[in-house]
Write a protein that binds this ligand. Structure first.
Ligand SMILES: Cc1ncc(COP(=O)(O)O)c(C=O)c1O
Length: 470
């Protein structure tokens, strides 16, 4: 396909005018981002026409892959029929039908669906609902929210408050008396000699101890990603989520599952909370895969029990004074409905369950590479974490080597790009969440390229620093 734009112009406009998310400010104005041209299936093509396997699936979102004509048709048809509708006073078929579909797909009694513009605004909706709920129920002190280190819940002010990643918090003021972060839940970082069972017990205890320290009467909710995604694909120890959910029930603390990444098939189910982790949260947040990234949309699902506590005769005359111009946007909802239809028709959930063991096997094989510190994942999501920190002694604490870990992801990304693979570097980690349509053979191609990219990076380092990584 011929690129429709003058590439030099795109580069200049990008550098001069587009202030990107996570802009690395020292490079602002002269960044050298690859220019994405078009996509087809699991592939993205860059400005030179190079075919790249989309390892991160956009940003954990392109479930059905690129280039779906019927998505384009559904979107175009809705644009012509009704491109916008005021959600404060009207309703329309796409958002109403989507809400009903989501309520039917969700576990438990999550029957009430608040539609938003993305994941962050869905997180905000959940957190504001917690405060609203407790105000209506005359429990004005029950407002504290507990989250965890390495969590990512978004970039709005509230979403950032409960985000536990240093990189996102640094240089911003996100302090609030209402937000509390528990220590990390990464089994790979547990103290040497500690069993997984003991680590799990300690992590569950972190939550209960925090609730007791603050007083259950002060704690409104616990928010958790079933798998911490951009925190580095941290899969908690088995049973951890279920036990946290039980602790929340015991102390009358609401459990909010942020399924922005784990939802919509990533783990082989519409929602992972119940089908994978055995929990029925009070609220679930989803976005991303809901439209396969074709258009922006998010949702906060609220349980019938909670909703009824603050509706009708219990409402004390209140309106839930929260919403967005684009809540329930009919075009985005039409895209979500078509996306669900495609996922059902193509049995994508069953497909994920079938290919995921192969994906995880290929991922785990990378652990034998000396520079790889940890590999982890579940379903069609995975992370390779690399390190050269253990070589510091051999290199006599060379300054450059000291900072090298932070650059490993970018170095691997560079090699992988040349080999035809997009990766998402997160400091010394590369995360993978390819389109759910990926086949066995494509999984093999992806991991072959990744392995080669890591080996080339390792080779570079050995040359540069005159050391042996193995
Ligand atoms: C778990 C989780 N929650 C919330 C968000 C925020 O979603 P959005 O970027 O659509 O606002 C993200 C985005 O990556 C996420 O991974």
């Amino acid at each position: 396909m011929k690129p429709p734009h003058d590439l030099e112009r795109v580069r200049a406009d990008d550098n001069q005018n587009w202030f990107h998310p996570w802009e690395y400010m020292p490079d602002a104005g002269h960044a050298d981002r690859a220019i994405a041209s078009h996509g087809e299936g699991i592939y993205v093509y860059d400005e030179h026409g190079q075919q790249l396997i989309d390892g991160p699936g956009g940003m954990w979102c392109v479930q059905i892959g690129y280039g779906r004509r019927e998505m384009a048709d559904a979107i175009a048809e809705q644009v012509l029929r009704l491109p916008y509708m005021n959600p404060f006073s009207l309703t329309s078929a796409p958002p109403a039908e989507l809400a009903a579909r989501l309520a039917a797909l969700a576990p438990g009694d999550l029957k009430h669906v608040f539609l938003t513009t993305g994941g962050s605004t869905a997180v905000d909706t959940a957190l504001r609902f917690v405060h609203f709920y407790n105000n209506i129920r005359m429990r004005p002190d029950k407002k504290h929210i507990i989250s965890r280190a390495n969590a990512y819940h978004g970039s709005t002010y509230l979403g950032a408050l409960v985000t536990g990643k240093d990189r996102e918090q640094n240089w911003f003021d996100v302090a609030s008396p209402f937000a509390h972060l528990l220590p990390h839940v990464n089994p790979a970082r547990r103290p040497r000699g500690q069993s997984i069972a003991a680590f799990c017990a300690e992590k569950v205890n972190d939550l209960e101890a925090k609730i007791e320290e603050l007083g259950a009467a002060q704690v409104g909710a616990f928010i958790a990603e079933p798998i911490q995604a951009s925190g580095g694909v941290i899969v908690p120890p088995e049973g951890y989520l279920k036990r946290c959910w039980e602790v929340c029930r015991k102390h009358d603390v609401l459990f909010i599952a942020d399924e922005v990444v784990t939802g919509f098939g990533r783990l082989g189910h519409w929602f992972a909370s119940k089908d994978v982790f055995g929990i029925e949260p009070d609220m679930i947040i989803c976005a991303k895969g809901l439209t396969s990234g074709y258009l922006p949309l998010g949702a906060c699902l609220v349980s019938d029990r909670l909703f009824r506590d603050v509706a009708g005769a219990q409402a004390r005359g209140a309106s839930f004074g929260h919403g967005f111009t684009y809540s329930g946007h009919p075009v985005c909802c039409a895209a979500a409905l078509k996306n669900i239809e495609i996922m059902e028709r193509e049995n994508l959930l069953a497909h994920v369950r079938e290919v995921a063991p192969h994906f995880q096997r290929r991922l785990r094989e990378l652990a034998e590479i000396p520079m790889v510190f940890d590999v982890r994942g579940m379903g069609l999501v995975g992370c390779v974490e690399c390190t050269v920190a253990h070589l510091l002694e051999a290199a006599h604490d060379d300054e450059a080597l000291l900072t090298l870990d932070t650059d490993l992801g970018t170095r691997i990304d560079r090699h992988c790009h040349a080999l035809g693979l997009l990766v998402r570097p997160l400091v010394n980690q590369c995360v993978f969440s390819p389109p759910l349509t990926i086949t066995h053979e494509e999984i093999d191609q992806m991991f072959d390229k990744l392995r080669e990219g890591i080996l080339r990076t390792m080779h570079d380092i050995e040359q540069e620093f005159g050391i042996k990584v193995a």
